[in-house]
Design a protein around this ligand. Structure first.
Ligand code: ATP
Ligand code: FE
Length: 452
């Protein structure tokens, strides 16, 4: 069996063709880091334009690199949510068009399930497993019982860890390419992780939830205390209102792709529930929206972005070696505490899960933050200490990509969780499929497994 997977939920246009044995026959990815860097976050309207400009080529390149034509395929899988609705729509329109034209079944994929299931692409990871999903818009600790069947143990009460990395990278004036998290990890290698004793979040709370807003505020205060010049773009994009932002974050586990901001002003941002939900723009006072509906979408679309001052790479030389070292020490200390927080909460989760499922043996980490070497090695140690088998996908498959969608699509396809070829390919029909806010623990409502 061969499946084409298409991803466009945030700022990566991705596609891949995989075989039923999990071989990635061909793939392509068009990122948008350069496009969004000056804005301090993903601008939905620009992201949609970039997806539209890239999608045909990405699919074409994927098929060419796989050496396959559409006639060789058995199904088309596409991310339908959660994410930015105007971005999701681009992928869904493309997928529906291809499936209709070639008479292929359509598999609707949950983006976070794709992050989780890609762990099974190259390694045998039987259910059940404990799963930590850490990305730009989500911080979920789940017990995975089967495809479409997850128990939520913990989620973030404010920001996701990837979002926090992106914000702190901006506060420290780093060049945000390929993304804030990777930039911060690299910069932190030069720092002393024990110089700043930031408080590990939520230690008093007997649950498995996560929180990163307080830690981010502590970073902001440390930067000020040390008399470091806060780059203006960072101040505009992440520094000024960390607390209000955290307070206004909507309910967990239905957030959208993180790092997404509406351009320039709070007014535009609040009009777009989808982008505000995972927003990182400091000026945002997001209105938690039930979903990213069509009217809200178009309000944001009509606003004209105007970038705050571009992010500058002050790490280069501008502020002298002592200040630069302090910045690196802050970065390293932040990373140490953030990773410690993950470890704390997951230890609790393991205890809980083992009480209820004594046979639990496996732990999976996925999502963009799972690229982080400190995360990978710390969890390697933890898993060893707890006697768990740890699986972390190759970094290439941790950040958004087409193969994870194709693989999740294949898993669902094999269980009969697909629709017949679309009869209609109007944009309105495609829009019906898009689910900007879609809790992972509630995915059995869309051609999913019966609840069990
Ligand atoms: P979601 O999956 O929640 O919808 P997303 O798709 O935008 O959000 P991913 O593509 O899975 O998120 O991951 C991107 C996030 O991962 C970014 O926030 C980025 O900063 C973070 N990230 C990537 N590499 C690293 C790293 N090495 N260390 C820490 N964070 C990282
Ligand atoms: Fe993602």
């Amino acid at each position: 069996r061969l499946i084409l997977g298409i991803e466009s939920s945030c700022d990566d246009t991705g596609a891949a063709v995989i075989s039923s044995h999990g071989r990635v026959l061909g793939e392509a990815l068009a990122g948008q880091a350069d496009l969004h860097a000056p804005w301090g976050g993903v601008v939905p309207s620009l992201a949609r334009e970039a997806h539209q400009a890239a999608i045909d080529r990405v699919v074409e390149d994927t098929l060419v690199s796989a050496g396959k034509g559409m006639q060789d395929l058995d199904a088309v899988a596409v991310t339908v949510g959660p994410g930015l609705s105007m971005c999701l729509k681009v992928g869904v329109v493309k997928a529906r068009g291809l499936a209709a034209k070639h008479g292929l079944p359509l598999v609707k994929v949950h983006h976070m399930e794709a992050h989780a299931l890609v762990s099974r692409l190259h390694a045998p990871v039987p259910f059940p497993f404990l799963c930590l999903l850490v990305s730009g818009g989500h911080n979920l600790l789940l017990l995975a019982h089967g495809v479409g069947n997850y128990t939520l143990l913990g989620t973030t009460v404010d920001d996701a860890m990837g979002e926090a990395f992106d914000k702190v990278a901006r506060l420290l004036g780093l060049d945000l390419k390929p993304n804030g998290g990777a930039a911060l990890e690299k910069f932190a290698r030069k720092g002393d992780p024990n110089r700043f004793k930031f408080t590990v979040p939520l230690r008093q709370q007997a649950n498995c939830n996560f929180s990163f807003a307080g830690l981010k505020t502590a970073i902001s205060i440390a930067i000020q205390k040390e008399g470091l010049q806060v780059p203006s773009a960072a101040a505009a994009a992440g520094g000024a209102s960390l607390d209000s932002e955290a307070a206004s974050k909507p309910a967990p586990d239905d957030g959208v792709a993180g790092g997404a901001v509406s351009p320039a002003a709070a007014a535009a941002a609040t009009a777009d529930g989808a982008s505000a939900a995972g927003g990182t723009a400091a000026a945002l006072t997001p209105t938690p929206a039930a979903d990213g509906g069509a009217e809200k979408q178009s309000a944001a679309e009509s606003s004209q972005p105007s970038p705050s001052q571009p992010s500058m790479d002050v790490t280069a030389d501008a502020d002298g070696s002592k200040a630069r070292q302090t910045r690196a020490d802050i970065a390293a200390s932040f990373q140490r505490v953030a990773v410690q927080h993950l470890l704390d909460r997951c230890k609790r989760g393991v205890d809980w899960a083992r009480d209820h499922h004594p046979d639990l043996k496996r732990f999976v980490i996925a999502g963009g933050v799972a690229c982080n070497r400190s995360v990978r090695s710390s969890f390697g140690d933890l898993a060893e200490a707890l006697g768990l088998e740890l699986t972390i996908p190759d970094p290439h498959f941790c950040t958004d990509n087409g193969a994870m969608v194709a693989w999740a699509g294949l898993e669902r396809f094999n269980l009969g969780l697909f629709e017949g070829p679309p009869q209609s390919i109007t944009d309105d029909d495609a829009y019906q499929d898009v689910k900007p806010r879609w809790p992972l623990t509630n995915i059995s409502d869309s051609r999913g497994l019966p609840k069990s």
